[in-house]
Design a protein around this ligand. Structure first.
Ligand SMILES: [Zn+2]
Ligand SMILES: [Zn+2]
Length: 453
């Protein structure tokens, strides 16, 4: 064998975590880890190493790998778009691996539609991350956390977080600067959890079902997936259930599963396809596992328990939980004094109730939280202005010491902050410096001979 058969990979051959298990690593997590292991940023990995390997035709066709739009497009990177496919090919080449497609939902392509399948931002279990850190295990983000239907960590019986507890911001799926286990916005560890909300018993039943069935699906073997084949299998199974269990009575089937009749009819006629969440809901209502639904050829194992309480309604927004006044009040009290002040939007998200509902029931707490947050933001911004003013001062005098005209352009260049002095308050500050230093013109062009320029 010659050496060429084994081209040296440009990147270390880093092993993905949990392949063919329900806790398989996501592809975006893998990219973050590869960058981290090479001591480079995700931005460097993508722009300097991956993109140059993309085929020319592809790059001409799409300009997405230039600016921010790459990171915008990264929302579906763990799915099964052409972009994902291309990126996988290149990374496989670079790392000499052949299994990176397993880190995406690629194997479900054709079986489950992409519509409403993936979350738009990162969600994570702070307890899982903390445990891995404590045990000195590799920090990664499992693929299952990226599915829109998955809201809880099964191991910790808790909701996944979607907002960083340190800066109250959402986290993009992929950013230029990302370190495993850290928030790219504030750089804090993602193990903080200022307010822990426990799911109710009924909700947890549904969320557990979703989690376990998703885990099974992600861990399915190739032969099982080959057997399922395509979406046609889903349509067939729905029709089989309709005939066998509901004697073709769509109204009954619809009523039982809480799926609107017209929607269900469209599925049965293959006019539209159920989203992953709808499919889970149908299985939940019928009391069957999703894997059985997809893999079994008869309805023998489906034991419909008629009279199942309608505790779960499809659309969350239609789902009006009674207000647990005491619990909400306690949460608001805690949020009013939490370490980093948060906005009412974030508070409403954490509590899981509409902001308006909270305002109308607990106006004082809400106003308090909101006021505290605005004061905090104001203080933060005046702190920022203060720091920038100090930087401008030092640039201003350094330039003068070097005999350079401290014009706005020169200062911005010196500080490497383009457009800085376009901000009114900073511009005024700079003009003040000019006046103080006896420059007669606001443009700072006087007093300097050509030789100093
Ligand atoms: Zn967990
Ligand atoms: Zn943060």
């Amino acid at each position: 064998m010659t050496e060429q058969l084994f081209p040296r990979s440009l990147l270390y051959n880093i092993e993905p975590i949990g392949i063919e298990t329900g806790l398989v690593e996501s592809y975006s997590s893998y990219l973050i880890r590869v960058a981290y292991e090479h001591n480079i940023t995700v931005g460097h990995l993508i722009n300097k190493i991956v993109i140059p390997k993309m085929n020319k035709d592809y790059l001409e066709r799409s300009t997405i790998y230039g600016g921010n739009s790459f990171y915008e497009g990264a929302k579906t990177i763990n799915g099964f778009t052409d972009n994902t496919k291309n990126l996988i090919k290149v990374m496989e080449l670079l790392t000499s691996r052949e299994d990176l497609a397993y880190l995406t939902l690629y194997k479900l392509k054709g079986i489950i539609p992409l519509r409403n399948l993936l979350k738009n931002s990162l969600s994570w279990c702070p307890d899982c991350l903390k445990n891995w850190m404590d045990d000195e295990k590799i920090i990664y983000y499992p693929l299952i956390w990226y599915l829109k239907s998955v809201k809880v960590c099964f191991a910790h019986k808790r909701y996944l977080l979607e907002i960083c507890s340190s800066c109250n911001k959402k986290i993009d799926i992929l950013r230029r600067n990302m370190v495993p286990g850290h928030c790219p916005n504030c750089l804090e560890l993602l193990i903080k959890d200022i307010f822990r909300e426990e799911p109710g018993v009924q909700e947890m039943r549904w969320h557990t079902f979703v989690y376990q069935n998703t885990e099974t699906l992600l861990g399915m073997s190739n032969s099982q997936l080959d057997f399922i084949g395509s979406q046609e299998r889903v349509f067939k199974q729905l029709n089989l259930i309709n005939e066998d269990l509901f004697s073709g009575d769509i109204a009954n089937f619809a009523k039982f599963t809480s799926i609107p009749k017209t929607t269900l009819r469209d599925w049965l006629k293959r006019k539209s396809s159920p989203t992953f969440n709808s499919l889970l809901l149908v299985c939940y209502k019928l009391n069957i596992k999703l894997s059985d639904f997809l893999l079994q050829n008869n309805t023998k194992n489906v034991k419909i328990t008629y009279g199942v309480k309608k505790e779960y309604v499809n659309k969350e927004k239609n789902y009006r939980k009674p207000l647990d006044v005491v619990a909400i009040e306690n949460s608001l009290k805690e949020l009013l004094v939490c370490d980093t002040p948060i906005s009412m939007t974030a508070a409403a998200k954490i509590i899981g109730r509409d902001k308006r509902v909270l305002y109308s029931n607990f106006p004082d707490y809400c106003k308090g939280i909101s006021k505290r947050y605005s004061e905090y933001i104001e203080e933060k911004s005046s702190h920022r202005i203060q720091l920038l003013k100090e930087e401008i001062n030092s640039a201003f005098y350094s330039l003068i010491n070097k005999g350079i005209n401290p014009s706005s352009g020169k200062i911005e260049k010196y500080l490497n902050k383009n457009g800085l002095l376009r901000e009114k308050i900073l511009q005024d500050h700079w003009r003040g410096l000019l006046t103080q230093s006896n420059f007669s013109s606001g443009e700072g062009e006087v007093l300097f001979n050509d030789e100093f320029k």
